[in-house]
Design a protein around this ligand. Structure first.
Ligand code: 4AD
Ligand code: MG
Length: 433
C-alpha cells in the first residue's frame, strides 16, 4: 500500500489506508487508546480498541515513529475531516526516553532558552514548525517575484577581505597565513553583479559580532539581497521593495492557510499607498503626536521606530512605513548623497510594525566620487580595488536593499524574539545546537 499524508485522507473515506508519522500524543481513556500521529502536513487521530494493539502500544513513548494501517472514517469534528479506526500498528522506531520539552500542547510552556536548547525537538511542535513553513514560503515568494521581474539569482561569498558596513562588528577569521572576515552583507558583490546582469538578488548569510543579546539581533542572519541598475532614482528601489513585501504577504496568505490558523496571528497591513517620509519629517511627527523630541538625532532609536509605526498605523492603517534621507555621516560609503543636500543620503529604511526590516539606497555609481567617499569615511581605497574596478569601466545609476530574512518573519508573525524566527540562532552566548 502507498503511504498517504494526513491532508490526502479526506479523499479516501471508506478505504483501508496506510499512514506513517510520529506519535504526537497517546490518550488512554478506559479501554480505548487515541493516537495522534503527526506527519509533515498535520495530525491524524487513530482510535484503538483492539486489546492486542493496546498491548503493543503500552510502552511506546511520544515521538516514536509508527506505521499504521486502518479504516479511514469520516469525522466532522476532526480538523482533517477523518479519523482512522481499527488501526494496526507497526513500530518503525521506538522512543524509550521522555522528552525534555513538551511539544504537544497548543502553547509551549517553556522559555526561549529551553526551546532553543532542545531545538531539534521543539521544532517538531506544530506551532513552531508553522513559523518555518511560512518562512520557506516567504523565501519562495521572494524568488518568484524577483525572477518574474527580470532579476538573476546570484551566490555570494561570505569569506571576505574587508568590511562593508563599518568595522566594529566584524568577525575576524584566520585564513591560512592571512586575516579574513565573515561578510557583514553581500553589498559589494551584488553591486559588482549589476555590472553583469543589471538586476540581481540573493538569499545570503551575513555575520556580525553583535555584542548585546537583543530580541532583534543575532550574530548570523540571512538577508534578502537585491540590487538593480538603470534606475531613474532611489524611488524605483523603494517601490520594488514595497511590491515584493506585498507579494510575499499575498503568497503566504494563499499558501499557508493551515499554518496561519495554528499560529493564530494577523499578517501585517500593507495598503496600496505606503507612507514615505524623510527622517526629519518622522522626527517632527513623533514630536507633534507623542511630545517626544528626538529632532536632530541622526537615526531612529528602537523606541522611535515603535512610535512612528504606531502613529502611521493610526493615521494610514499601514503596518509599513518608509523613512528616507538618513545623514551621510551615518550611512556606509557606497550610499549616494542627495544632490540637493549632500549632508543627507538617498537612503531608506523600511519599518514594519515598529522594527527596521530593510535598509537600502541609491548607490554612488561614479568611480571618482566613490573613491572620495571611501576616503571620507577614513577607509583605504586600496582595500576596495576589485570592487572599484567595475565602476571604473562603466556603471549605470543603481540601487538596492538588504532585507532581514528572520526579521521579516518575526514581524509578519508578531514574534517577540528574532530567535523564534531562526532555525538555529547564533548570538553572543549561543553557538549550539
Ligand atoms: O541595515 P543593514 O546593516 O544594511 C546592510 O547590510 C546593507 N548592505 C543593505 C543595503 O543593501 N544597503 O542590514 C540589512 C538588514 C537590516 O535592515 C535588518 O533587517 C537585518 O539586515 N539585520 C539583522 N538581522 C538580524 N541580526 C542582525 N544582527 C542584523 N543586522 C541587520
Ligand atoms: Mg540598517
Amino acid at each position: 500500500m502507498k503511504r498517504l499524508y494526513s491532508n490526502e485522507l479526506k479523499e479516501h473515506i471508506g478505504e483501508e489506508v496506510l499512514i506513517q508519522g510520529f506519535l504526537f500524543q497517546k490518550r488512554i481513556m478506559g479501554n480505548i487508546n487515541f493516537l495522534l500521529i503527526r506527519d509533515k502536513f498535520g495530525i491524524v487521530q487513530c482510535v484503538v480498541k483492539d486489546k492486542d494493539q493496546i498491548e503493543i502500544l503500552k510502552d511506546v513513548m511520544d515521538e516514536s515513529v509508527l506505521e499504521i494501517t486502518g479504516n479511514c472514517v469520516e469525522e466532522k469534528r476532526s480538523s482533517i475531516g477523518v479519523e482512522i479506526h481499527n488501526p494496526k500498528v507497526n513500530i518503525i522506531s521506538k522512543v524509550k526516553y521522555p522528552l525534555n520539552i513538551e511539544i504537544n500542547k497548543p502553547i509551549i510552556n517553556a522559555n526561549i532558552d529551553t526551546i532553543l536548547d532542545n531545538r531539534a525537538i521543539s521544532l517538531r511542535s506544530p506551532l513552531i514548525r508553522s513559523v518555518f513553513n511560512i518562512q520557506a514560503q516567504m523565501a519562495k515568494a521572494f524568488r518568484e517575484f524577483a525572477d518574474k521581474n527580470g532579476s538573476k539569482e546570484i551566490f555570494i561569498p561570505t569569506i571576505v577581505g574587508s568590511a562593508t558596513e563599518g568595522g566594529s562588528e566584524l568577525f575576524e577569521i584566520k585564513y591560512y597565513d592571512k586575516k579574513a572576515y565573515l561578510g557583514q552583507s553581500g553589498q559589494l558583490y551584488k553591486q559588482m553583479m549589476v555590472g553583469v546582469f543589471e538586476r540581481v538578488y540573493a538569499i545570503s548569510h551575513s555575520y556580525r559580532a553583535e555584542k548585546f543579546g537583543t530580541s532583534r539581533h543575532t550574530s548570523e542572519f540571512i538577508q534578502y539581497e537585491f540590487e538593480m541598475g538603470f534606475i531613474k532614482d532611489y524611488m524605483d528601489v523603494i517601490n520594488f521593495g514595497i511590491d515584493i513585501i506585498r507579494y510575499i504577504k499575498d503568497s503566504v496568505e494563499k499558501e499557508n492557510i493551515e499554518d496561519l490558523k495554528i499560529i493564530n496571528k494577523e499578517l501585517p497591513l500593507i495598503p496600496k499607498n505606503i507612507p514615505i517620509m524623510k527622517l526629519k519629517e518622522a522626527q517632527d511627527l513623533i514630536f507633534e503626536k507623542e511630545n517626544i523630541d528626538h529632532r536632530g538625532e541622526k537615526d531612529l532609536s528602537p523606541e522611535d521606530e515603535k512610535l512612528i509605526s504606531k502613529i502611521i498605523k493610526d493615521l494610514y492603517k499601514s503596518d509599513l512605513v518608509v523613512i528616507t534621507h538618513y545623514p551621510t555621516s551615518k550611512r556606509p560609503f557606497y550610499t549616494m548623497p542627495d544632490p540637493q543636500n549632500p549632508e543627507e543620503t538617498l537612503s531608506f529604511d523600511f519599518i514594519l510594525r515598529g522594527l527596521e526590516i530593510l535598509t537600502g539606497s541609491q548607490r554612488i555609481h561614479e568611480y571618482e566620487q566613490l573613491i572620495l567617499a571611501i576616503e571620507k569615511k577614513g577607509l583605504d581605497p586600496k582595500n576596495y580595488e576589485d570592487y572599484l574596478e567595475i565602476f571604473k569601466y562603466g556603471m549605470p545609476h543603481e540601487g538596492g536593499f538588504g532585507m532581514g530574512f528572520e526579521r521579516l518573519t518575526q514581524q509578519f508573525l508578531s514574534l517577540s524574539n528574532i530567535r523564534e524566527a531562526t532555525l538555529f540562532p547564533r548570538d553572543v552566548k549561543r553557538i549550539t545546537p
